[in-house]
Design a protein around this ligand. Structure first.
Ligand code: 5U1
Length: 699
């Protein structure tokens, strides 16, 4: 209920509340208001502004998407030119040494002089943007352009929720903030998965994006800001442009701290170091973490920390002498497609995979890359013999992003018979039959994928299903690797999941490279796996659409397998995050007589768990309930999964990132940025023995 009577005051209060909660949510990752309450306040402000249009201010959260389609972007002349950064392509330690030596030479420092202090940051792979705040309110956002003149992309930048429309406690007449708009890797993958679905459903104008940088740059340059608003963009601030009426701190690290205080997103992966040794350490540390970062970087940035020294160093042409981007090996490379194979997945999905001339990309040698599905392969028009760009970033499966379209390539694509191979046609290539079991293949209306119809009759699906069942996060059967599964399935010793539990040492010893000790270890592993949890068991079954999180939700909601077996689609829909497609998939799975038979056989083989453990029906006290943990580094005895399971069993939650809401960070050897962030935020840091102590109080 509103206690403020004047519409003007009420609108101001609502704006402040909504902007504050957006800051907690998007910058600090600490939501303090349920979504529904945020929406209610938002709608109240919208209604108030509709009644009193004069109350609509530039910093109103309702003004993020203006819904006006532009004819083009107006040019913006930068008051202070947007410089670029010198690139050091020597990806070894010597790259950092050269930069430090250059700085020392320019500053005329003798070898006896103290090491130079540097601010180290990440080199985000995105699009540089200048944000102009006047009296704390965002008034303009512009691209870099040629450094002198950029384009006015304010409409699109306003849609990025991490970018504050009003800075906290800033009244300076002018404060320009520079930084990078980028797209997180997981959000990029989700965006492309959605795009692939749209294409499969017949939306001819849709396309997938080559990489997060292109997707981000494309979104920023959309003339229709409602399209930009649907693209998951993020932002990191890393510097200043024009500043009037604000006391600039004396160091670059101080500037970044101040920007963070104003409510701007500043990446926590940064450090102040001394000399070349410090630079090299930072380059190596971030290099080791690169795959685990949630976004792409192409290097790190070193800047002389003192702004006075920066001024002394000045710049050459458009590049400052006081900064450098020290690169890492590229995440995209060009290579050639030798062949296109079709692989059969666990659910029968047929995936075209490009066999490549091996190429070093993103730190490893890649010789296979996914083409996702037939439509994608055709849309990219990838054919055998083509030169293609391959991308491997993070722990995402390498993919072919595009064919190299140049003259040289056109000549290269000509095959021995003088013309390019035919466009990819999955059905034709397979003659309509699964390459593994010969069953018919089918593609349903509105589906992007061809599938083998053989089900578990298809040995490829059986092999994948067994490997999934045995996986670490499923039944965790030690010693059951892919070579062994190949033999067990090919020799017909294992036809169903339950057959695994009939294996004995004598049978196993008949297999290749299987001595008595390995056979005994596997039998022990199988026996040990029999005691499990309902959630793990459900996940292990490999039901389509049921990942680990859904399996946990199902186990928690129903508490027993029998209740799940008998649940209707409507009852399944009551489970957290279960929608109609997932509910249908679960229902269909358990309705199949052959699946019921396998379940019965698995239970008969001795697989068991505590029914109701961890379920909503479980009333035992959970002393870690409400406590959030973050795990970092390598613990001496427990694996990450084990620690997570113990914490969750005691009612705690394990989160992937540290925030002020984290109760404990459990740190092991080589803990990285999470430990640092915990220290910065004053979060309690404990080791494995302290975790064990907390857990032992719980039993
Ligand atoms: N982190 C960071 N990225 N980046 C890019 N800092 C930074 N600074 C830049 C650029 C182009 O330029 C300044 C050194 C002028």
């Amino acid at each position: 209920m509103s206690v403020v009577s004047s519409p003007q005051l009420r609108a101001q209060l609502l704006r402040e509340q909504l902007n504050h909660h957006a800051y907690l949510y998007y910058i600090l990752d600490q939501p303090a208001l349920p979504d529904a309450e945020y929406d209610r306040l938002f709608r109240e402000l919208e209604a108030l502004e509709a009644q009193h249009p004069e109350l609509r201010t530039a910093d109103s959260p309702t003004q993020r998407v203006l819904g006006k389609v532009l004819d083009g972007f107006a040019p913006v002349r930068h008051t202070v030119p947007m410089l670029s950064i010198r690139t050091e392509t020597d990806t070894e330690a010597s790259g950092a040494e050269h930069f430090d030596a250059r700085v020392r030479r320019e500053l005329e420092l003798s070898s006896a002089a103290a090491p130079v202090e540097y601010a180290c940051e990440l080199k985000f792979d995105g699009l540089a943007i200048n944000l102009r705040y006047e009296h704390g309110v965002l008034v303009q956002a512009a691209t870099r352009g040629d450094g002198e003149t950029g384009e006015d992309v304010t409409q699109n930048i306003r849609t990025i929720r991490q970018i504050p429309l009003r800075l906290q406690n800033v009244s300076a007449p002018v404060l320009e903030v520079r930084g990078e708009v980028y797209m997180r890797r997981d959000e990029f993958e989700q965006l492309n998965a959605r795009q692939r679905e749209l294409i499969a459903a017949g939306h001819k104008n849709e396309k997938t994006f080559v990489n997060p940088r292109n997707a981000a740059a494309g979104a920023v340059r959309q003339l229709d800001s409602s399209i930009a608003a649907r693209r998951p963009l993020s932002f990191f601030a890393y510097g200043l442009g024009d500043v009037q009426g604000w006391d600039v701190p004396p160091t670059h690290s101080g500037v970044l701290d101040a920007l963070a205080e104003m409510g701007l997103p500043v990446c926590v992966e940064r450090a102040v170091v001394k000399g070349a040794t410090g630079l090299i350490e930072f380059h190596q540390r971030i290099g080791n973490q690169r795959d685990a970062l949630p976004f792409d970087i192409d290097g790190v940035v070193y800047k002389v920390n003192s702004l006075a020294l920066q001024q002394r160093l000045g710049f050459v042409t458009r590049e400052p002498r006081w900064a450098v981007a020290h690169k890492y090996p590229a995440q995209e490379q060009i290579t050639r497609v030798l062949d296109i194979d079709i692989q059969v997945g666990r659910t029968g999905k047929l995936t075209p995979v490009a066999k490549l001339e091996p190429v070093f990309v993103g730190g490893t040698t890649v010789s296979n890359a996914t083409l996702h599905n037939e439509d994608e392969t055709r849309r990219k028009d990838v054919r055998v013999g083509d030169r293609v760009i391959v991308r491997r970033a993070g722990d995402v499966i390498p993919e072919v992003v595009s064919v190299v379209a140049d003259q040289v390539n056109q000549v290269d694509q000509v095959t021995a018979v003088g013309k390019r191979s035919a466009p990819f046609d999955l059905f034709k290539q397979l003659n309509g039959h699964c390459p593994v079991c010969g069953s018919d293949i089918a593609r349903e209306m509105g589906e992007a994928d061809w599938r083998c119809t053989g089900g578990l009759y298809c040995s490829a699906q059986r092999k994948q299903a067994i490997l999934h069942f045995a996986g670490r996060r499923a039944m965790d059967i030690e010693g059951l690797g892919d070579k062994l599964v190949d033999q067990l399935v090919d020799s017909d010793r294992v036809k169903t999941l339950a057959d695994l539990y009939t294996l004995d040492v004598a049978t196993l010893m008949q297999l290749e490279r299987m001595g008595e000790k390995s056979a005994q270890n596997l039998v022990d592993g199988l026996n040990a796996s029999k005691k499990t949890t309902l959630a793990r068991f459900l996940y292990a079954l490999g039901i389509r659409q049921v990942g680990e999180a859904t399996a946990k939700d199902l186990a928690k909601h129903f508490g027993s397998l029998d209740r799940i077996l008998h649940a209707s689609v409507e009852e399944l829909l009551l489970v957290n995050d279960v929608g109609p497609i997932v509910a249908q998939s679960i229902h269909v799975f358990f309705a199949q007589p052959h699946n019921r038979e396998v379940l019965d056989a698995l239970r008969a083989a001795g697989i068991h768990w505590d029914e109701h453990a961890g379920s909503n029906a479980d009333a035992s006290p959970k002393p870690l309930a409400g406590k959030t943990f973050v795990l970092t580094g390598t613990l001496p005895a427990l694996s990450r999964d084990e620690a997570k399971e113990l914490i969750e069993a005691a009612g705690g939650k394990v989160s992937g990132s540290v925030s002020k809401k984290t109760h404990y960070v459990v740190a092991g050897a080589e803990a990285g940025s999470k430990l640092q962030k915990a220290q910065e935020l004053g979060v309690m840091i404990i080791d494995e023995s302290q975790l064990q102590a907390l857990l032992s109080h719980t039993t």
